[in-house]
Design a protein around this ligand. Structure first.
Ligand code: ADP
Length: 191
């Protein structure tokens, strides 16, 4: 399947992505992880992305789009993929839609993880203590949520109009949210 995950920072996209990717045997392509790996290896891409990430801002569209398209032309993505963190703006989604059409690669679903704002902030604050991610401090967390509301939320309508949006309640045990997601995908495959 070709899947996109949508949902604010803290909604648990990364955790659920691992569950879905394993169950469906598709690569989990997480743009945040790719950027963090590049920052760690001090590549040119990493240096460019770091300044934005540290401020909680989005990396420019052209940088992200090229990076994702390169990743998805690798062999392991030929029969499907799970995107986590892309697209994140309407221009990214538009460019990606054209690119997918050129390949005759329709998306199967865009999964939106839904959770209340207080829950998101609480999760991100506690993740900082565990993972020590430099963009998980309170100011930057707030900025990332604002960026999400202003730039990424409009994508919900974009995919709703295309009949692709599927909601999953992201509150509850990890396994429970995972089960809900896999059940939803199974019902799509039966349809
Ligand atoms: P989260 O969803 O918890 O904010 P991610 O790991 O997905 O975390 O992303 C971390 C940072 O990487 C973002 O705040 C942003 O700076 C950058 N980033 C990731 N994906 C994109 C994207 N599609 N477009 C622009 N910036 C991105």
């Amino acid at each position: 399947m070709r899947l996109v995950l949508l949902g604010p920072p803290g909604a648990g996209k990364g955790t659920q992505a691992a569950i879905i990717a394993e169950a469906h045997d598709i690569p989990h392509v997480a743009t945040g992880d790719i950027f963090r790996a590049n920052v760690q290896q001090e590549t040119a891409l990493g240096t460019e992305a770091k300044a934005y990430m540290d401020r909680g801002e989005l990396v420019p569209d052209d940088v992200v789009i090229g990076m994702v398209q390169d990743r998805l032309t690798e062999d392991d993505a030929a029969d499907g993929f799970l995107l986590d963190g892309f697209p994140r703006t309407v221009p990214q989604a538009e460019a990606f839609e054209v690119w997918l059409q050129e390949r005759d690669w329709p998306l199967d679903a865009v999964i939106r993880f839904v959770a209340p704002e207080e829950e998101l902030i609480a999760r991100l604050e506690s993740r900082r203590e565990i993972e020590g991610r430099s963009d998980d401090d309170s100011e930057v967390i707030r900025k990332r949520l604002v960026e999400y509301r202003s730039k990424t939320e409009p994508l919900e309508d974009f995919y709703e109009e295309r009949g692709l949006l599927r909601d999953v309640e992201a509150v509850g045990e990890i396994e429970e949210v995972g089960r809900r997601t896999l059940d939803m995908l199974a019902s799509l495959e039966r349809a």
